[in-house]
Design a protein around this ligand. Structure first.
Ligand code: THU
Length: 126
């Protein structure tokens, strides 16, 4: 299976434009390749701050809701350097603890596996 990273990157960049981030001012877009389809998400903040949700979990929820839970690749895009937060790492690990992730910002682009970012997720090794 080949991964079209450029398509994922473009999809995440489009989703970032829809980010609702009036409190942090930090817009994030995510794209997930799942069961061969691309799903996107953006961060959606809330006046009650903890209610806000990250772009990655919005995209993950869209994929799972569509019946596509074979998570194959993730791209996350922001203007400044970004890595998925701990909660998103745990959420993704539920479906693919070794999924490859590309992290894109204006300054740098980095790749890692989820296993590198979260070596010992809760629930999978016990
Ligand atoms: N955020 C994401 O959407 N994804 C990440 O990987 C890190 C942080 C969001 C949450 C919040 O809306 C804003 O970025 C600042 O933390």
């Amino acid at each position: 299976m080949t991964i079209d990273w450029e398509a994922l990157r473009q999809a995440a960049t489009v989703a970032k434009k829809n980010a609702y981030a009036p409190y942090s001012g930090f817009a994030v877009g995510a794209a997930i390749l799942a069961s061969g389809n691309i799903f996107t998400g953006c961060n959606v903040e809330n006046a009650a701050y903890p209610v806000g949700i990250c772009a990655e979990r919005v995209a993950l929820g869209a994929a799972v809701a569509a019946g596509c839970s074979a998570i194959e690749a993730v791209v996350v895009v922001a203007d400044s350097p970004i890595t998925p937060c701990g909660m998103c790492r745990q959420a993704l690990a539920e479906f693919n603890p070794e999924v490859p992730i590309t992290m894109v910002s204006e300054q740098l682009e980095a790749q890692a596996t989820l296993g590198q970012l979260l070596p010992d997720p809760f629930g999978l090794n016990s």
